[in-house]
Design a protein around this ligand. Structure first.
Ligand code: CTP
Length: 403
């Protein structure tokens, strides 16, 4: 899956011959799973039609403050575009548009959007080789880079003038991979290894029966997807669940019992930067596992249980560089119990679920959490989807890692 999936991209097209390539660029953005809106300078319409770009982007294409599609709408609000976008790409960026961007000129919609956008801005220059080399163009490049804008360098090749040299807009495929690489290089968990436990454990009674619980594993799988999307390499150790992971950076290790989870987790823990135990591990297991199916011969049956190792507590004991996160599912005196668990298991952060909150805990698509850190600061969150909860947890972890 591309890092562009789900991103909101604002494409600004200025008036250069390379504008015809923006049709492919829009298609590739959409194919990567992004949402695209296009704004175009009035003169760029000579090179590519708004109809082409609006058909491909599935959004109206605007070039002026006047809303051409909707006579009842007051105007095309440049501020709204900038707030909507995750990032803006100006491609092709002509010498004229680049110079205006560098100097705060604001005589069309594209420039007004650029000036008001708070999101990252990429620009892909496209012009003839002598224009590209001109000191004034170079000055525009340097000014825009100093503003924090990101230049997608032009390529070398045959130009529309027939001359051969530098100035050709980067090919759409190259623009896409440049932006993907740039985003990946800035992800907050890049080069980090994250270990996550998920799901229930099953403790065998005999060959056909076990002691288990209702955990679906959803919270742990959402945590894994979230960590991977933030650039981490993820090791997901999960008990029995029907769920599967989508991201290529998630290695799933399936285990059945608490004992197997304990060993698998310890195999990977030493080199991890972050470990999160979200599994609902069975606290006990049958002392003896019958090797044949137990027959219903007696009126009552007693199964002696012995305690399983506490995986999270064992990780807390040997903790070095790892940022260790545990879960606590409480029914009463929640905050105090969670704080006690955080200390006893030597955690950096504990995620508290209260069974008193509707929609929190097992088998639900939602969760309602309170985060408590080692300094006993706590943050309570609203009821959210488990994907959003995973995001809140990682925002907190990243904040602590950057302290
Ligand atoms: N946990 C674990 N291994 C166990 C039991 C629990 O790793 N054998 C982890 C869970 O993944 C979770 C946290 O410990 O992160 C929650 O433990 P919980 O069972 O709620 O609390 P306990 O400390 O076991 O105490 P109690 O059951 O008495 O509340």
């Amino acid at each position: 899956m591309s890092v562009l999936s789900g991103k909101k991209i604002l494409l600004g097209v200025s008036a250069g011959i390379a504008a015809y390539k923006t049709a492919s660029l829009v298609r590739l953005f959409i194919k990567a799973g992004a949402e695209v809106k296009v704004i175009i300078t009035p003169n760029a319409k000579d090179f590519v039609t708004p109809l082409t770009l609006s058909t491909l982007s599935k959004n109206p294409v605007h070039s002026s403050f006047y809303n051409e599609e909707d006579e009842n709408a007051i105007w095309n609000n440049h501020v709204d575009y900038g707030l909507w976008a995750d990032f803006m790409v100006v491609a092709p960026a002509t010498a004229n548009t680049l110079s205006k961007m560098a100097n705060g000129v604001c005589d069309n919609l594209l420039l007004a959007v650029y000036l008001s956008a708070k999101c990252p801005v990429y620009f892909a220059p496209a012009m003839d080789l002598d224009m590209y080399k001109h000191p004034s163009t170079d000055k525009s490049f340097r000014t825009l880079k100093a503003f924090g804008n990101i230049m997608i360098p032009a390529g070398t090749g045959e130009l529309a003038s027939g001359l051969v040299g530098e100035g050709r807009m980067a090919e759409p495929e190259d623009i896409i991979s440049f932006i993907e690489q740039d985003i990946i290089s800035k992800l907050p968990l890049k080069n980090k290894k994250v270990l996550i436990t998920a799901g229930p454990t099953y403790e065998a009674i005999d060959p056909v029966r076990f002691i288990g619980n209702h955990s679906s594993g959803k919270m742990g799988f959402e945590l894994a997807e979230c960590a991977a999307s933030l650039g981490a390499e993820v090791i997901l150790v999960t008990g029995p669940t029907y769920l599967s992971a989508n991201h290529k950076s998630i290695a799933v290790h399936r285990i059945v019992s608490a004992e197997e989870m304990y060993h698998k987790v310890h195999e990977f823990y030493e080199t991890c930067d972050i470990a999160i135990c979200s599994a609902a591990v069975s606290d006990y297991r049958p002392k003896v596992v019958a090797d044949k199916k137990i027959k219903k011969e007696q009126e009552t049956l007693h199964i002696e249980l012995v305690k399983n190792k506490d995986i999270l507590a064992s990780l807390g004991k040997i903790k070095k560089q790892q940022f260790l996160v545990g879960f606590a599912l409480e029914t009463n005196n929640e905050i105090e119990n969670a704080k006690e668990k955080l200390k006893r298991k030597n955690l950096n952060l504990i995620v508290l679920n209260s069974l008193n909150d509707q929609g929190a805990g097992f088998k639900t698509p939602t969760n309602k959490i309170t985060l408590i850190d080692a300094q006993e600061n706590f943050k309570a969150f609203e009821l959210k989807s488990k994907a959003e909860v995973a995001n809140d947890i990682f925002n907190e972890i990243v904040m602590h890692l950057n302290e």
